[in-house]
Structures are given as C-alpha cells and as structure tokens.
Design a protein around this ligand. Sequence first.
Ligand SMILES: [Fe+2]
Length: 477
Amino acid sequence: MSAAISPTRSIETLAPFRRSSEHPAAVPTKISGNIPDWLRGEVIRTCPAVFETNGWRAQHWFDGLGMIYAFRIGDSVVDFRSRLLDSEVARDAWHGKANLGSFGTPTVRPLLQRIFEPVARISDNTNVNIVKMGQELVAMTEGDRQNIIDEETLAAVRFVDYEKGALGGTIMSAHPHFDFERGKVMNVATGFGVSGVVSIYEHSPAARQRDIIGSWRTKRVPYIHTFGVTPKHAILVAHPFAVSPVKMLWSSKGYIDHFDWQPEQGTRLVVIDRSNGQIREHLTDPFFVFHTVNAFERADATVLDLLAYPNENIMASLRTDRMVAELPDLRPSLIRLVMRPGVERVTVEKLSDVGFEFPSTNYKRVNGQAYRFAYGASDGYQAGGAYDSAIVKADLETGKSTAFGDGDHIFGEPLFVSRPGGDAEDDGVLLTVGAAQNAETSILAVIDAKSMALIASAEVQSSIPLGFHGSFVRKEG
Ligand SMILES: [Fe+2]
C-alpha cells in the first residue's frame, strides 16, 4: 500500500479501517490449522467502525462509532457476530448531530445550551475496551458512562450503575486493572474543576460502590489512558501533554484538542501508596504514553514498564484526515522506569529494539510482578513503503524479540490465553484479529506464544476495522 493516498478518500474504504455490514446472527468462519482442545470460549472486542454518516464525520480515530464483535471458539467450529453499538452519540451522529463531547471531533451545540451547560456531556461511545466485571460484560471508553453488553446479542442493554459519590461525573479510563489476590477492580478517574483531581479507586468486581485509594491534585491535568499497579502502589504517568481545566469551559473543541505539549515540564511519575493514599513523585524527561505494560516492586524501587513516544505527535497522526494520507506508525519504544524512594530522578532503560503498541502479558500470572515476556502489535510502514504488521514477543531478559506476520493482515492487540496447567510464563496462545489489506476478509489468528508460530486461523468474510482492546472469556468446564 502506498503512503500517497488522496486526502479526499474516505477512511472507511481504506484497510485496515474498511467498514462492512453487521452480523448480529452468528456466521461460520473458515478454520485453518488446529485450534488447541483446551481453547474454548469467546474473543470479545470493541472498535471504532463508522466514521461518516450523512451530516457527521469523525475527525479522530477514537471517535469512530463503536462496534462490538465476537469470535466464539467451540468444538471444531468458530463463529463470528458483530453489532454496531447503540449509543447516544451514535443516534446523534446518524441524524447528523454532534451534541455530546467527543475525543477529537468538535461538538455542535446551540448557544443557549452552551451557556447553561458550559462543558458538553461526555461521549457514551464505548469503543475502546470490553471486559468482564463480575457477571457484567462492560464496554468502555474514556468517559463517565460504561455500557453493559448482552453476551448473546452483543447489544448495549444499560449503563453500569455506579454510585455517584465523590467520583460522579469523573472520566474513568478504559483500562481497569484486576487485583486477583484481593478480588478488586481498580481504575483511574479524572475530575475537572478549577484544577484537576486524578483518583485511583477500587471495588469488588460485582460491586458498584467505588472506594478511593488516593487522589492527586494538579493544575495541569495530563491525558491519562492507563496506569500501573503493583501490590503496594498505583502509578500515574503525568506526561507533559496536559490541560488547564478552565480551557474547556464554553468550548466546542474535541476533548483532546484542549491539551498542549509542554516538554519543558518533563514527565512526572506519581506513585500512590495503596495502603494509605500517600504520594511520592519522580521526574524524568518528556515522553508521551498511551499504554503501560506492567509494574512491580524491587527491594529498593518501584518499576514501571511502558510504551513511550518521543512526543505528542502521535495524537495528531490519529486524526482521520491524517490517517487517510498516511497510516499511523504504531511502534513506540518499550522502556523501563525505575523509581527509588527519596530519589527524584527516574532511571530509564530501553528494554526492546522492536517498537509495538497494544501491549499484553500473561496478565493473571505476572501483572504487578517481575516478568519476562511482553507481546504487542507492531504496525507501520516498512522500508519498501508497504504498511505491514507483526505480532511481536519481547524477551525482557535477553532484549531479543521474535515476531509473526503474514505480509497481508494488519493485526491489533494480541490477547494472551494461558494453557491450563501450563508452567512457563509463555505457555499459551496469543489471539489476535487481523484485517486483510488485499481482500474484504479478516482472521482470528491463534499464535503459539512460545514459538510465535501461527497454529490456526479462523477467517470471516468481513472487514473488521483495526480497533483497540478486548477480552477472552474462557468457557468454564
Ligand atoms: Fe488503550
């Protein structure tokens, strides 16, 4: 694929963002290879899928109207379903309206509404992540509302019913953590007032009462997409892409378009003690981050691994007009930040030569612990000018990486699924969805996480747009 594409072309005609029809009723896939006997369950994901309607256009990748889709892996059969997300934002967009605050697309609101409601209500277009929280399957974006999804129909049925309390109206991230030992879901919530309050909260998976673990107050509020967690600490990355909340009053700009890059501020790491909410801060050079990978404690330090971009330019490169001209380079660097109590400066170490996004680990086993393997999707232009994709495995002990790619599909997040009874950290498979560049088809690829060889795939006659995150819900019994 050439980098020089007409800017008038619609992103919906461009792999890996092609749009195809919904499949609310299950359709079979064409299986190649052998799916392991122990791998039974469902890959459920959400993605931006509709970028244009008659009268509305998403100006940022993150504003594409959501679609929920699922591959159900059974005995000798894998079937596929998909359904566009019915949200308030989508209903508006299909009528050419943009009343709610979006990520990077301006709102269009009557003057009186802007006067009496100085900040637009936040989007319910939950197109970023989908996780099981207790018995509820929850689709998330960065907002104050999360959609509960019916596991059979994939339809949005209602919003998660959190108690309001001190966190009412705050923006929750779409990247909650799970502390399996303590039986808690943790997340980060940002509240905007004269200044900003960034809080870490937790609740039991089935409970909807959120308890605040600690709060960090700041005049300039960083864009926070993820956070790190160890058994002792939660870690916020306050990179210098931030906003003074007052800028958002009476504005019609997209949420992220209020933020600016002030590299002279450096990047601040905010380490919150989970037992008492106490905070210590560290400082390092400026970088931009979407995704943390893992965090853990050493005897003398707290360690956070993340995927760092040199600056905030990546955010602008995800605008739809830019992506039509040139697909984004999703290959940030995996770095390790070592934070010692009493030492302000952070020690930074590069962990891998291969850049990638959409990180994953053997989460249930290693999150919050020292670990060896990180996985991700490495999507970008190759030396010859073609846009290509590889699923990579970074060995953090050797610094070496291995990869799988087939030269056609553009893959997204690889989900690690451990083999029951497996001993090794990498004993399992990676499940990743790839959209073909040269056909209107997609595959669910099953990759052996040890060897990084493709062991099976399930192909569907549908272009599944590249999206962000999802879950594997294992079939019990
Ligand atoms: Fe994300």
